[in-house]
Design a protein around this ligand. Sequence first.
Ligand code: FES
Ligand code: FES
Length: 181
Amino acid sequence: MIDRLDTRETESVPATGEAATTIRLETVVNGRPVSAEIEPRTLLLDFLRDRLGLTGAKRSCDVQVCGVCTVLLDGKPVSACSTLAYEAHGREVLTIEGLARFGELHPIQQAFMERTAIQCGFCTPGMILTTKALLDENPRPTREEIAAYLGGNLCRCTGYWMIIEAVEHAARLMAGEEDRS
Ligand code: FES
Ligand code: FES
């Protein structure tokens, strides 16, 4: 994948902190090639938040339980708090910041808004990205399949029903069966 990248557009991210043994990370984040020297122990969540300024993915439990740090790695949800940044080498990362295109919300974002599936919003980026992975895999999931797929994304506010309805609404929007309001 990296071989196809136009290096003229590669964003080079300066290293931070003390000099240390570093490795070069070549990845694609939200469609943009990124090249950076990182410490091998750097976590993907820290790289995204602290080096790239992409703060949509949050940190809470820090032990791969709550899902608020979810991003997509080659289209699959991962907990960025428990994933090494170097695991993204030669792969593509999608964060919530990369979902809207040309100023227009993704249908999943639209559906979460329209179904009021958001309260405090802390869990929402992870919920939406996990939903994207689900609907890319399975465009018409049942309620049980939605609940199972989103089982690793905890929400303390919504009671989950509005989230499940939003996922169903997103599936219909993406299938062209309903119009955006
Ligand atoms: S902060 Fe990563 S799973 Fe909770
Ligand atoms: S909306 Fe608040 S934790 Fe989910």
